[in-house]
Every structure is written in structure tokens, then in C-alpha cells.
Design a protein around this ligand. Sequence first.
Ligand SMILES: [Fe+2]
Length: 336
Amino acid sequence: MIKLLSHLSYVAITSPDVEASVEFYKTQVGLTEVDRVDGAVYLRCWGDYYSYSLVVLPGDEATLATMAWRTSSAEALDKAVQQIEAAGVTGEWIDAHKIGRAYRFVGPYGHDMTLHWDVTRHRAEPAVASIYPDRPEKRSHVAGAPRQLDHVTVAASDVDGFAQWYRDVLGFRIMARTELDEAPISVFSVLTTNEKSHDLGVVLDGSSRAGRVNHYAFWVDTREELLIAADVLMERGTGMEYGPSIHGIGEQSFLYYREPSSMRIELNTGGYRNYVPDWEPQTWKPSLGSSNLYRNGAMPMSMTESFPAADGPSATEEGVPDEIKDALLNPYTQHG
Ligand SMILES: [Fe+2]
């Protein structure tokens, strides 16, 4: 198969209070507002190469409206659409803002995905144009402001089924997976379209709502910037939900916090590059440090909250022995 996808290009999220969310992204995260169209607010990191990487839309609750990947060529876009439709999923061609022709579909676990080849490259206004030729804009003045969008982690009722569908249909490489210590239940997996350790993650969703998202992530260049971002966010009243620390899987430095809609944001840096085309994913256990390299801290229970909020008891919990229900609900907890 030809290489279909090249990288995550933008995420669109909904917020019950768009103005509060946008203000947070501008003043606390360090993004720049670039456009407003029909209630949608388009934002970008200083180092994003295209017009925008985040869209905030009005909605009743925090959700992932779509996650968008740029294909590797125009031909790859057509091939990807063939693959999707051959797998029994039908989407629609749309005209995306400052992108143009794009194909939008809902995957088998309810996640809205947009694929496109065309883009509008960012051209900075003279006042913020970088003195360096390769930079799309000057470095942000906001301490710890991310350079670019990094990845998105969704929630699905069948982690391995999700990973295999996106591998088989769209060519993602599966990089790692986590099973509970207590039982062979797959609770987490990471996939990538490129040499990054992942640009798509999936956590087990015990709820009956399809298409949920756990978090999305921005990239900073260095661990020092990540620690400064944590410090500045704390000083300005935004608590750290988890971290700063280092993931075992992927070996990225991370921290998690929430924006006003309650949506979880991750800052990420470091980690390995992996160029192996036929990589064979290893199976981790939480006790091996899958989420925390140092194996010395439990992930808070709040990290299992995905968006929008679950609306009822989990269908997938049925038949699960009581002794592992807690672990199923909190797949990241360090066991042992
Ligand atoms: Fe993440």
C-alpha cells in the first residue's frame, strides 16, 4: 500500500462557552486566533505550518468534532477514500475552511475524521513574521507556548479493534499496546503515521457513548519549556491534572491540564523516533510503567474521564469480574 497519511493537521472541538475557551487558548496556552467563521474560531500555534491547527466550535458539551490528517499526496487521498469505502464506511466530500476539498467520515467506533491533501500555508503578518526563513511566525512571547499540534487520543469500546481498523484501512503503524496486569484486557494503544512515537492514541471506553476523546496534545521543543509551562499555568490558577512526568510508552515528557470546557489538553515533548516500517508492537502492563516511566505514581482517576461525559453504565463492563472492575475503570493505575 502507498503511504496514505502524513500527519495530524488539526482538531476541531466543541465548547459550551466558546469565548472562555478561546480566551484560555490565547492567554494561557499561547495560541493565536486567526479566523472566525459562522461561530467557529480558528487558532494556531506559532510553529504550525498551515493556517490553523485548532477549531473551537459552539456545542452543549466538550466533544471532538473532528480530527484531521493530511494525506501524503492527492493520489493518497483518493486511495484512502477507496480504502474507507471498501471497508464499508461512507463519508462525504466537504469544502473545509482554508483547505478546500476534504473527505469527512465517521469511523467504526464513532470518531469523526477528516482527510485532506490541499492546505493553505500560513503567511505571517509582517509584524509577526520570523527573522528565520523556515519559521511560519515568530516564536510566541507566552512562556511555554506550544510550537505545534502533536497528537490526539480517543476512547473506543475495543482498543485492539480500533487500532487494527486504522492500521488496515489507513496504514497507521501500531506502536505499542497496554493490557491490564489483572487480565488480558487491552486498555491502551498508540499508532502513528510517521516517525513520531504516536500521533493517534486510543484508550478503552467503558461507556456506551461512541466517538469520545480522552485528550489532544500540543508539542513544545524542550522539557524545560514543558516545566515552565507547568509553572506558569499553576501560577495562573490552572492545576496540573497529571504530570509533569515521562510516559514509558513513547518516552515523551508530558503534563495534562483542563481548559474551561473541561476538555483535557496535554503538553508533550521528547520521546523517540521510530523509522522501522514493520515494527512489531510490544505489550506493556501498567506495572511496567506504561504511563509513568518511573513506576512511582498512580494516574489520577480523573484521567479516565473522556469527552463528552459518559451517559450511563458500561455495556463492556458486563461479565467482567468484580476484582478487575476497578482496574478497568482506571486502566492507568500503577498495579504492583
Ligand atoms: Fe497523549
